[in-house]
Design a protein around this ligand. Sequence first.
Ligand SMILES: [Zn+2]
Length: 81
Amino acid sequence: MFKISTKVTGDFDLGIDKQWVEISCPQCLLEESVQIKDLLNEKLIICRGCKILIRPVDEWDDAKRQIKKINEQFKNIFKGF
Ligand SMILES: [Zn+2]
């Protein structure tokens, strides 16, 4: 199960692609921090725990949906100012 969650730092002006998200290793469930930029570039991530290669692209549709949702949340935050 691929999970993605945000760690919003407050640097909203950096843009969505510079934000860090956490993804869980599908094997050992250890969380890895990756930049959305790297997800967009379909970069492979090596799990610190079990050293397998995580391919976010395998679950990309779901990740994209979630990034879109995060993006919309960001827009709403901007609207608030
Ligand atoms: Zn792992």
